[in-house]
Design a protein around this ligand. Structure first.
Ligand SMILES: *Cc1c(COP(=O)(O)O)cnc(C)c1O
Length: 417
C-alpha cells in the first residue's frame, strides 16, 4: 500500500522483507485460523503518529500532557466496542490476548486460586492454565476437555469438576474447537458453585460481532478477546465486563500489567470496530462459516477425517494421520509447498507429540476476507486433497501451486502490491 520510498533508501533489508511478505500474502492462501487480512484504513491508522504518544492512565485521568486526541480515539474505541458486544464496560488498552487474560485473572482472582479452564491438548489456549504458561504457574488450574467419543466439550465433566474443586473462576473459550459453546450451561454451573464467569472469545469475536454466533457478553461477568483474529482489526485485545468488575479490570490492565497503551493500535481498533458495526460485516461473518462448512464437507466427501465431522464456526481440525497417514508436520509441509499456510495441531487424545501431532487446523477468516466463496472453497478442498495425496511428489505439488497462484491473483489482499 505504502510507497515506502523513505524506508527503501534508509533500510533496504527491511524494505525487501516487507515487499516479499506482501507477495507471500498475495500469492499464497492463509488458512491459519487465527489470522486475517486487515483493511487499508486499519493499516493506515496503525502507521499514524499516534505511535509516538505516551498516555498512561485512562480518559480524563492521564499521567502525561497532550491527551486530547488520544482521548478521542480511545473514547471511540470504547463506545464502539460496547455497542458491538452490548457490554456495560470496555477496556481497549490490553496489548494482546495473553496479557489481556493475565489482567483478567489479576482482577478477579488471587495467585493460588483455583480456576477451571479447557486443556490446551483438547482445544483450549496456553493462557487457560497450561503448566508452561504464567496462568498455570500462578494459579491452581483444573482442566476440562472433550468427550473421548463425541469430541464435544463434556459439560457433565465441567459440572463434576466445578462441584469437586469449587473454582473462583470458570473460563470458557478455545483456540481449536469447531463447535458452539453452551454459554448458558457454563453460567448455570458457575452459579451452582458461586464462580465468576470468564469467556475468552479470541477466535470467534468477529463471528459474534457479525451476529452469527451467540454472544456471551450479556451472560458472563468478564469477556476477553483478541482484536486481530475473526474480528479483523489490528493486533491487540479488548476486555469487556459487567459494571461491578470495571474498576478492578481497568486497574489490572494499568497499572497492574502494563505501562502506556499503544495509541496507534487503539486508534486502529476504533476503525476496525466501526467496520464490524456495518451490515456488510454480518455478511462477512456468515460467509466465513459457510466457507468453513463447505471446506469441511468437501474434505469429508473425499474421505478425510474432520474432528466432530464438521464445524459451527471458522475452523476445523483435520486428522491427517487418519486421513492420509501423514503427521501434522508432514501435512503442514505439503500444504506449504502448494502455497497454503496452516498449522499442525493436536487432535483430542492425540498420542503424538505437540511438535509433530496427528493433524492440522484449518480456518477460513483470511480467505473469506479476500472474497472466497463456495466455488473457490471447493477448488481449495481439491488442492488440499491433492497435496496430502502427493506429499512426496514435487512435480504434482508444483502443479497445484501454480493453480493456487493463478486463483490468488484474482483475490487481492489489502495493502499488498
Ligand atoms: C489467540 C488466543 C489468545 C492469545 O492471543 P495473543 O494475542 O496471541 O496473546 C488467547 N486466548 C485464546 C482463546 C486465543 O485463541
Amino acid at each position: 500500500m505504502f510507497p515506502y520510498t523513505e524506508l527503501k533508501q534508509q533500510d533496504q533489508q527491511v524494505y525487501d522483507a516487507i515487499r516479499a511478505e506482501e507477495r507471500r500474502q498475495l500469492y499464497e492462501l492463509e488458512l491459519i485460523a487465527s489470522e486475517n487480512h486487515v483493511s487499508l484504513p486499519v493499516l493506515e491508522t496503525m502507521a499514524s503518529v499516534f505511535t509516538n504518544k505516551y498516555s498512561e492512565g485512562y480518559i480524563g485521568k492521564r499521567y502525561y500532557a497532550g491527551q486530547e486526541n488520544v482521548d478521542t480515539i480511545e473514547g471511540l474505541a470504547i463506545d464502539r466496542a460496547k455497542a458491538l458486544f452490548g457490554a456495560e464496560h470496555a477496556n481497549v488498552q490490553a496489548l494482546s490476548g495473553s496479557p489481556a487474560n493475565a489482567a483478567v485473572y489479576f482482577a478477579i482472582a488471587q495467585p493460588g486460586d483455583t480456576i477451571l479452564g479447557m486443556s490446551l491438548a483438547h482445544g483450549g489456549h496456553l493462557s487457560h492454565g497450561h503448566p508452561v504458561n504464567f496462568s498455570g504457574k500462578l494459579y491452581n488450574f483444573v482442566q476440562y476437555g472433550v468427550d473421548p467419543e463425541t469430541h464435544l466439550i463434556d459439560m457433565d465433566e465441567v459440572r463434576r469438576l466445578a462441584h469437586e474443586h469449587k473454582p473462583k473462576v470458570i473460563v470458557a473459550g478455545f483456540s481449536a474447537y469447531s463447535r458452539d459453546l453452551d454459554w448458558a450451561k457454563f453460567k448455570e454451573i458457575a452459579d451452582e458453585v458461586g464462580a465468576i464467569t470468564f469467556a475468552d472469545i479470541a477466535h470467534i469475536a468477529g463471528l459474534i460481532a457479525g451476529k452469527q454466533l451467540e454472544n456471551p457478553t450479556p451472560l458472563f461477568d468478564v469477556v476477553s478477546t483478541t482484536t486481530h483474529k475473526t474480528l479483523r482489526g489490528p493486533r491487540g485485545a479488548l476486555i469487556l465486563c459487567k459494571e461491578p468488575f470495571a474498576k478492578e479490570i481497568d486497574k489490572a490492565v494499568f497499572p497492574g500489567m502494563q505501562g502506556g497503551p499503544h495509541d496507534h493500535i487503539n486508534a486502529a481498533k476504533a476503525v476496525a470496530f466501526k467496520e464490524a458495526l456495518q451490515p456488510e460485516f454480518q455478511d462477512y461473518a456468515k460467509q466465513v462459516i459457510v466457507n468453513a462448512q463447505t471446506l469441511a464437507q468437501s474434505l469429508v466427501d473425499m474421505g478425510h477425517v474432520i474432528i466432530t465431522g464438521g464445524t459451527d464456526n471458522h475452523l476445523m481440525l483435520l486428522d491427517t494421520i487418519k486421513s492420509k497417514g501423514l503427521s501434522g508436520q508432514e501435512a503442514e509441509h505439503a500444504l506449504e509447498q502448494i502455497g497454503v499456510s496452516c498449522n499442525k495441531n493436536m487432535v483430542p487424545f492425540d498420542e503424538r507429540s505437540p511438535f509433530d501431532p496427528s493433524g492440522v487446523r484449518l480456518g477460513t477468516p483470511a480467505i473469506t476476507t479476500r472474497g472466497f466463496k463456495e466455488a473457490e472453497i471447493k477448488k481449495l478442498a481439491q488442492w488440499i486433497d491433492g497435496a496430502l495425496s502427493n506429499a512426496d511428489n514435487p512435480t504434482e505439488l508444483e502443479n497445484i501451486k501454480a493453480q493456487v497462484r493463478e486463483v490468488c491473483e484474482q483475490f487481492p489482499v489489502a495493502g499488498t502490491v
